[in-house]
Design a binder for this molecule. Structure first.
Ligand code: HEM
Length: 442
């Protein structure tokens, strides 16, 4: 809220700085006095938790990069590679290298867990709706860059899963061959293969691929940091939404960000970090794949190639479609759909607390995403034995994929036509304090 700053520089130095670069004023106005709805619950602490994990990933990643060697050149008589060995050396020889690596690998999982909670929260409270559309779109862009960063990072240890995940995902582009089969003669590669080869820097995933993926894996977190800056800027223009989804009407509805939310964010951050520490110190490989402790071997395809858990729902969608190009379109379509959520949701009521029907579709959607994640982790030919009937898992994956799109393109726009929302409180103060009387926001 520019223009009504309450910052008062107290010393000669801060007055000098304020008239040249009012950075302390910015920090004061956005993180101290910023009027924040007084009813934000635990789900509103995840933005701060995410900021913390972005910092953890950048710091641990920079130190890891000091010891990591992005080379697929073979070692040990051709059984290993420079990159794989350098990761083993980080684990065994570098002081606290094991800690750095486990913090980084499990940090990625915690980061995704937090981002999913943050996104579902946004959907539930209608936080993407006007006037927060740009805030939401920036969030979706952050998420897409996070997915790319995590994918590039997974390739770096150059284990079996690294190599084969890189091969499967980059090969998705070859689906475009079905659109433009040949460029420059019947024997020339199709456009998709050309793109894949351009991405690899060769005729298969190899040394050049590893090198460029390392370069991008180092770069993209800083792109995320820049997008987060814009995201928080876009948040500070309209201010926070809140669990009631109703607008702030005056000072009685808000409290200053500090100390109320600095303490609340800090408390829940500590709880989240306890779970993180438990993983790092007691189950550091819980979210990892044992196959990635086998050095990459282009001649041996692992029986079951799976991405990290946080990408499994999308993997299930991709595999549920038999036609490759259509599968790739569904995969990218599922991500692109998120960009349009602010307009797909046509209800005039933001928060699902007051939308009895939508709430149920929402929880089915959450269950659907978890189910798709589970299905993505299973072998493609797996079957469920249900009371003597064999159900190929392909079918629940198809139904799950269908529901994902039905939720966004049918339920979101059309349910408001038949749903009667519950009555909402007149103001946040009335809901929280039982009175709409103005109170000092101190
Ligand atoms: C690195 C990742 C991210 C960081 C650091 C981040 C940071 C934040 C912070 C600090 C807030 C304010 C506090 C809160 O509401 O929790 C916030 C709010 C919000 N974020 Fe994010 N965010 C990230 C990713 C995302 C993603 C992926 C989305 C959606 C696709 C998203 C959508 C939103 C929305 C809609 C709000 C406003 C919530 C409301 O006021 O009700 N964010 N974010």
């Amino acid at each position: 809220m520019s223009g009504n700053s309450t910052y008062q520089p107290k010393t000669g130095l801060t007055r000098w700085l304020d008239s040249r670069l009012p950075i302390l004023r910015l920090a004061h106005d956005t993180m101290t006095t910023f009027p924040t709805p007084r009813n934000l619950n635990v789900w509103y602490t995840f933005g701060a938790i995410l900021t913390f994990f972005l910092a953890v990933q950048i710091v641990t990643g920079i130190v890891l990069a000091m010891h990591f060697l992005p080379s697929a050149v073979l070692t040990n008589g051709g059984t290993s590679s420079v990159a794989f060995d350098s990761v083993e050396s980080i684990m065994r020889d570098v002081n606290y290298g094991w800690l750095l690596r486990y913090m980084h690998a499990n940090g990625a999982s915690m980061f995704f867990l937090a981002v999913y909670i943050h996104m579902f929260r946004g959907l539930y409270y209608g936080s993407s709706k006007a006037p927060r559309e740009i805030l939401w779109i920036l969030g979706v862009l952050i998420y897409v860059v996070m997915v790319a960063t995590a994918f590039f990072g997974y390739v770096l240890p150059w284990g079996q899963m690294s190599f084969w995940a890189a091969t499967v995902i980059t090969n998705l582009f070859s689906a475009l061959d079905q659109v433009v089969p040949h460029m420059g003669g019947a024997h020339a590669p199709g456009i998709g293969t050309m793109i894949a080869q351009w991405l690899w820097g060769g005729f298969a995933v190899g040394d050049a691929t590893l090198n460029r993926f390392f370069s991008l894996h180092y770069l993209l977190p800083f792109v995320i940091a820049g997008l987060v800056g814009l995201h928080i800027w876009a948040l500070h223009v309209p201010g926070n939404n809140n669990p009631l989804g109703i607008d702030v009407q005056g000072p009685q509805d808000t409290v200053p960000f500090h100390p109320y939310y600095t303490v609340k964010d800090g408390f829940y951050l500590c709880l989240f970090v306890i779970i993180y520490a438990f993983l790092v110190f007691f189950h550091p490989d819980f979210v990892g794949n044992p196959d990635n402790y086998t050095p990459a071997n282009p001649l041996v395809t692992p029986p079951h190639i799976v991405p990290e858990w946080y990408l499994l729902p999308f993997y299930a969608m991709l595999r549920s479609i038999p036609q490759k190009l259509f599968g790739v379109l569904v995969l990218f379509g599922a991500l692109a759909t998120l960009l349009f959520v602010p307009w797909l949701d046509t209800s005039r009521v933001r928060s699902m607390r007051f939308r009895p029907m939508m709430k149920q579709f929402f929880w089915v959607f959450v269950a659907d995403c978890i189910l798709l994640g589970y299905l993505g982790s299973q072998e493609p030919q797996a079957v469920w034995h249900l009371g003597g009937i064999d159900v190929p898992l392909l079918w629940p994956a198809r139904i799950g994929t269908l529901y994902y799109f039905v939720f966004f393109f049918v339920v979101m726009p059309f349910l408001p036509l038949i749903e009667t929302p519950l009555e909402r409180p007149k103001s946040i103060a009335e809901a929280v304090l039982g009175t709409a009387q103005p109170q000092a926001a101190e």
